[in-house]
Every structure is written in structure tokens, then in C-alpha cells.
Design a protein around this ligand. Sequence first.
Ligand code: SF4
Ligand code: SF4
Ligand code: FES
Length: 548
Amino acid sequence: MTAQAPSDKPANTIKIDGREIPFEPGDTIIRAAHRAGIDIPHYCWHPGLSVAANCRMCLVELPPPPGRPAMKLDVLQWDASKNAYVYSNKPKLQPACQQACAPGMEVLSESSDNVAQARAAVQELLLLNHPVDCPICDQAGECRLQDYWLLHQRSKKRMKQEIVHKPKATSFGPTIVYDAERCIVCTRCVRFCDEVAKDPVLDERERGNLKEIIVSPGRQLDNNYTLMTEHVCPVGALTSKDFRFKARVWFLRSARTICQGCATGCNAYFDFDPRSNTPHRHRPRENKDVNAYWMCDIGMLSYRDAVENRLLEASVGTGPSTVEEAVSAAKDLLGNVGAKPERVAIVLSAQHSLEDNWALFTLARTYLGTDRFFVTGKPLGEGDDVLLSEDRNPNTAGVLKLCEGTPPRPLGDLLKMADQFDSVIALGSHVEVDPKELGAALKGKKVVVIAAHEGPLSKLAKVALPACSWAEVDATYVNKKGRVQTSERALAARGSALPGWQLVGKLGRALGFATSWRKLSELRKAMAGGDAALPSSPESAKGTEAQP
Ligand code: SF4
Ligand code: SF4
Ligand code: FES
């Protein structure tokens, strides 16, 4: 037998409607198409879940290779001239989500009339008993039934009978409501719970048009990933109690953010209404190296932190003030701190961005001449094996990297060493220590705090300056694997808040130092050329816009 020349080896490509695309071993047609940016309509397929092939929306035609007979299906077809159904046959279509790619395979999707008819028929079947709740359905505007009706059906309903009614507004647990009439039983939610959340609490019941999704008897849908079931649902059958009836999605805009809920740093979209500067949702943005397609409930609900419990105005003592007055008061309070730098404690925050921490780190080390750093943030929580980290701070790794060579001590150490300090300049308000003990340790100290939120540190401050929250700035975070990621600004700053690094710059200038960065571009330039041990350039926010 002669060895096959390399050039004879069939290339790992298929053709979809005449366009040649590559595939990888094990790819199905839809996966290869998805990677190449070709949309094959689908409901039940999701790139992060197993294949169910139950909706049949992804049917494609596969012309046989030369010399092989086509697989045919006997059908009854309406013949208008005979006013009757007649026997006929059609190519047997295949689900693109299940059919494996083979070298040289021809696939007809948009270019096949048989496929167009099949997609219209599948759509008609799925909508047969659908309540068409669109005017009151939260999915409207991002519902695949709506989109595919427009793209693949566009015909009026032929069924005149009353639809099959099924349970509506069934509570599945603390976060999710189920509407069985809207459900197309694609089982994405069932597979998600089983395969990703590892809590197989959902299943199907009954057959045919009586089928519905149920929760295991005696259980609720109450794991760490319940909101993802709503997110993977391609229609309005699962809705989130948090988002229900709050907003119409076509009024919302999205920013590409990094979740602030823990050290995993999941990539997200932050949906907000620009008319009222109000946040509404946090949902996953695909990044295979960080969170794949998923987020946890804590992260998905963390959009609220951008606006809740905020420190919005400056204060001096117990009274409100303007930011300028407060900066001047901070200067008077701190006095000539540079004369005794070892008496100043600098508290960095794993809750704040790399920019904010860099600014304070630089003011302290380069200008004040101290390296007495501490780091604080939210206390540890319970983690899991999916995404959620015990460390509930988005930038612990960033602070540690920034302070390479002068590692910051935990805030608990400041309580023990408090008598070594006269002044404290702190970023952030959250602490992992007992607030009462912190209050006792810092009693009588000159405490200046720059924070986005109210908390134990801002309450102790003699001067407090209001910083923008993470959703109000472009900022950089380093996740627990050392990945440097940028988060986009979504909201306009509330109250008198300014970016934390800008406030540090103002404070530095008031103290007589050349902390001259007034714009983010200036700050980032200084960061890139500074002497602080910064991680390599941040990865810009990226991800697919379309939901899979
Ligand atoms: S509830 Fe949604 S995700 Fe679950 S089976 Fe029904 S349509 Fe699919
Ligand atoms: S795992 Fe962490 S980063 Fe990811 S969504 Fe949850 S809280 Fe946010
Ligand atoms: S996406 Fe292929 S059958 Fe549902």
C-alpha cells in the first residue's frame, strides 16, 4: 500500500452554504459554525452544555457525497391543484448540533428551501400553544421565539383552538419564577443545573404538549447558580425575581465589566438604563479562560453594590463638606506627615482598582517615603468548586503585585501596632476585622479615608472623601490567577464622587507633592513608567456580544 502524500490528506474543513470553514476534531457542525461566526438557529444547543438535540431548530441539509444516494424521508405534501395531500419525499435533514463534522462535508443552511420550510414548521410547532405574553414578558426584546419568528417563520397562526394551558408564575425558589406555557422544553436549564451547578434539581415531566419543567419534590432551586438558569433560558419561561417587570431591555445599555463579587474576576455585562443612570442586571460575558459562559448569583446580583450603601459626599468630622474643603481639612489634619513617614499607616484596599491603589501606593512610597502598608477588604466567604472564590475581593492579587518587595500586612496587624502610628490614610471602607476593635485601635488617630462605600473605615474617618464606585470608572483588576483585566465605566458618578486615584492626587498636591495625574490617561502613563511592580498590560475587555 502506498503512503498517502500529505497534500492528499483531506483538510479539516467543511462548507456551509459554499463558505469553507475549519473544524476541530470532535466538532459538531453548529460548533464549527459558531466559531466561524455563522449563526445556525438553535434553542436547545448551548456551547457550554451537552447536546440534547430536542428542539430541531438547527436542522440542515447534507447533500450526499458524489456516488452515494441521498437519505430521503417520505412525506405528505399539500397539492393545491388536486386540493389534497399527495405522497412525496424530501431530503432527510440533520440537526447541526448533533451531526459531527467530516472533512469536505457540504452543509446547506440558509441556501436550502427544505431547511427554510423545516425551520418555519418547527417555529410554528413551538408557538402552537405559546401564550404570546410578549407585552408583559421580561424576555421580550431578547427572546429567541420573537427573533426566529421574524427570521424564519413570518406566518400567522393557523391553529384556531384554545391553546393548552399550563401553570404560570410558579416559584422555583428564592430567585426564579417559571411559566410553563412559555417553556419550549429545550432542557437547557435542566442540563445547566446538572452539568455546571452540579445540583440536578430540575427535570421534565409528562409528554408532548403537556411537558413541563419541575423542581425535585422537597427541594427548591436554591444553589449558587440559580440566576444562570434564567440566563440560559432562550425564551421567557424562567424569569428572575430580581429583574421581573423592572425594565424593558431595549432601553438598556451594556458596559463590559469585571465582577466585583470575588477574586475569580468573572467577565460580565453590566446593563443599565442611561436615562435614569440606574443599574439593572449583571450577566456573564464569555471568557473561556476565566468564567466560560457563567456567573454565580452573588456576582449577578452584585450590580446593586455600584449604587447601594454609597459614600456620596465628603465629610470633615461629623459634618458634610465639599470635596475641596475636605481635601484642605485633610492637609491640615495630616500636617507635615512627610517629616515622620514611619508614623503614617497606609491602608490599601483589595476592593478598589489597581489605579486607586497605585495612586495611594505611589503617594506613600515615592512622596511620603513610607512603606508601612496594610491591606484590607471584605472578609472571606464560602467558596465552591465552580467559580465562587472564598476571597470576596476583586483585586487582592493586584494589591499584592503592586506591593511586591514591600508586602502589605493584614489590617489585623494594624490593630496590634496602632501605637506606632499617628496618622492613617486608607482606601476603601470594608474591613475584615471587628469594627469595634478597629475603632478602639484608631481612637485619636488622624484618619483620612477615600472610599466608594460607607463602612467601618469611613465611619472612623476624621476626613472622608467620596470615591466613584467600580461601575462609574474605567478600571483595572487582577484576578486570583494573576490575570489583569479592565472594566468599563457604565454609570455617571453619583453625588460628589470622583475617581479614587483623582482624590489621592488632590490630597497629594494639597500636601505639596507632585501627584500631577488629573486624567486617567496621565495616570496610566505614570503607572506604565512608574517604579511600582505593576503587572503587565491589562487585557482589554473582550467577549462575544451575542448570547449563545
Ligand atoms: S424553562 Fe427555559 S431553559 Fe428550561 S426547558 Fe423551558 S425553555 Fe428551556
Ligand atoms: S464567581 Fe466571583 S467573580 Fe464570578 S460571578 Fe461569582 S462573585 Fe463574581
Ligand atoms: S439546537 Fe439542534 S436540535 Fe435544538
